[in-house]
Design a protein around this ligand. Structure first.
Ligand code: ZN
Length: 411
């Protein structure tokens, strides 16, 4: 059988959640552990309780709503996040939590029981804007981050994470770790890229998440007067950095079809109009679905950095700050999503995610999959983020039927 999604109800629910933390320009400003985060959590708790779910909150604020299954089987976990970027959009994260709610609503409405227990989850601080790192709640839960270290993170105003979690009343008493046996995790998210729209597809079957390397290079030149110093005497740290930054832009074009790279941060010292820059630190970031290409990009940027240091006569050092291997999703999840899209008559495209998601951390513990909804112009983390209701409906319909498949089958 196929579950139908009531489009009117989906729209109403999306509009309702978007009122909490709404901006004047139709976006969402719902930073983690803010007063609006408290309000949206209260809203979710109420929605879950109305559906008869057994609600629990863990010690890191992750919220779960459990519906028992008819058999003694592992749990299927469904959800995403309700926090937003500063002046972000109303779909990023929220559509995934609403989709999980819609699944349970569909079951309740049809009086369907599933063999597996199912849980709806709202992960704490996926966005990583007020507190770092991103995907913090799912990372703690999955055992990737130490909870005490994360409690001690502070925001720009010096507010400790744990204090803020207590302030909004969402430091729960359940340990922030898997307290059940889990079968699978399924997350719906907007694509945040242009590929689905470009190909005129209805929905995305996510097959994995790109791997990446992040790091920083520092050049030590010689700070000096920009006037009297002859050109051949200069060791300009910023010139060396500029050479490498343009290469970081060019390297992806010589590697894979999906390779991307940028410099997102630069710090030049002393950063004064009349001084040759003596010290410059900047970052690289490369992503690709293929770990070997990520490694190649990493080797290339270091080779470029060394060549630039020689040309400019500056010393240099580097540090790789993070390396994440590409993640491939489990067959049973990918096929459940592809099958659900197919059954509903949607034109689905298999796609790799170019961004990290809470799903990344779930792969450590259980079979994982994702559904992507079309993102108009590929835009996100912005008030102009947009997915039509029709595209929301297609993605949610695909999602609930894939979830149904995972929760029904005895594997
Ligand atoms: Zn998100």
């Amino acid at each position: 059988m196929r579950l139908e999604v009531d489009e009117e109800r989906l729209i109403e629910t999306m509009e309702e959640q978007a009122e909490i933390g709404a901006t004047d320009d139709g976006g969402l400003h719902r930073l983690t552990l803010s007063d609006d985060d408290e309000r949206i959590r209260d809203w979710l708790r109420e929605e879950m309780e109305e559906l008869g779910l057994d609600v629990r909150v863990d010690a890191f604020g992750n919220m779960f709503g459990r519906r028992e299954g008819t058999e003694d089987l592992d749990t299927v976990l469904l959800g995403s996040h309700l926090d937003s970027q500063p002046y972000g959009g109303i779909y990023d994260g929220a559509l995934g939590v609403v989709a999980a709610l819609e699944f349970v609503r569909g079951l309740e409405e049809e009086g369907i029981e599933t063999a597996h227990p199912v849980e709806v989850v709202n992960w704490t601080n996926e966005e990583g804007s007020r507190y770092q790192p991103a995907m913090q709640g799912s990372g703690v839960w999955a055992g990737v981050h130490d909870i005490d270290e994360q409690y001690d993170q502070t925001d720009e105003d010096g507010n400790r994470f744990e204090d803020e979690l207590e302030r909004i009343g969402y430091k729960g008493d359940v340990p922030a770790e898997p307290t059940e046996e889990y079968e699978a995790y399924l997350e719906l998210h907007i694509e945040q890229g242009p590929y689905l729209e470009e190909g005129d597809h209805d929905v995305g079957v996510v097959t994995g998440i790109v791997g990446f390397t992040w790091g920083a290079i520092t050049y030590h030149g010689e700070a000096d007067h920009t006037g009297p110093t002859p050109m051949e005497y200069r060791s300009d740290a910023l010139v060396a950095a500029a050479d490498v930054i343009t290469q970081i832009r060019r390297i992806p074009g010589t590697l894979g079809e999906r390779t991307v790279g940028s410099t997102g941060y630069i710090d030049a010292k002393p950063n004064s109009i009349n001084i040759i820059p003596g010290e410059v630190t900047f970052t690289w970031g490369f992503r690709d679905p293929d770990d070997e290409i990520v490694e190649e990009a990493y080797q290339r940027v270091l080779a470029e950095a060394e060549a630039a240091a020689e040309r400019e006569g500056v010393d240099w050092e580097w540090e790789e700050r993070m390396r994440a291997p590409a993640v491939e999703f489990a067959d049973q999840c990918v096929e459940a999503v592809a099958g659900a899209a197919d059954d509903a008559g949607y034109d689905a495209r298999r796609i790799f995610s170019g961004a990290g998601h809470d799903a990344t951390h779930m792969t450590e513990h259980m079979d994982t999959g994702m559904v992507f909804a079309v993102s108009e112009n590929g835009k996100s983390h912005s008030e102009s983020e947009y997915t039509s209701w029709e595209d929301c409906h297609a993605a949610v319909t695909t999602y609930v039927n894939a979830a149904y498949e995972l929760a029904t089958e005895d594997r």
